[in-house]
Design a binder for this molecule. Sequence first.
Ligand code: GRF
Length: 191
Amino acid sequence: MPSPKLAVLASGRGSNYKAIQEAILNDQLDAEIIILITDKEKAPAREIARSNGTEEMYIPYDRKDREVFEREAARIIKEKDVDLVILAGFMRLITPYFINEFEGRMLNIHPSLLPNFKGLDAQTQAFEAGVKEAGCTVHVVTEEMDAGPIISQRKVPVFENDTVEALSARILVEEHILYPEAISKYWDSVA
Ligand code: GRF
């Protein structure tokens, strides 16, 4: 079975992007990142991609017309014959147009044990709810936010005297293990 070609969308620090890139370099994930697309000109993820010689592209984002970004991103992704679209800290709402373009081929990582704590600041939501266990989820993207079919999850404990910062860092460590594993698992199930 051929390995999947990935397009990654990221907005920020890019630690999940980096984890995927490193998993590929270390032969833990059989895949190829074809392009990184970002909506933020200064996204650190761009430098991470460049440092590995991976194509990266900034497309300006207009909140008044979300589809401008999406149409351009979709055009490029299709041109490059990508298999999976990987949302790795892409901090924008995605319209039904883009979801339909890549139905069943777009994954997202969310820092909670879905279906709990959807949306923004999931780690804070979990912390404030007083749960004993938190974690992260990789799921297929569907029209309802953070609600598509779950591929995999990893759990972490929430300690007495914990802080949101410490909990978030603990979850992030697991995200970096989870995303490459989930990409591989999902590709095996659909390819
Ligand atoms: C991660 O916590 C991810 O779960 C969420 O956004 C954050 C992105 O972090 N969707 P990074 O840019 O990958 O470091």
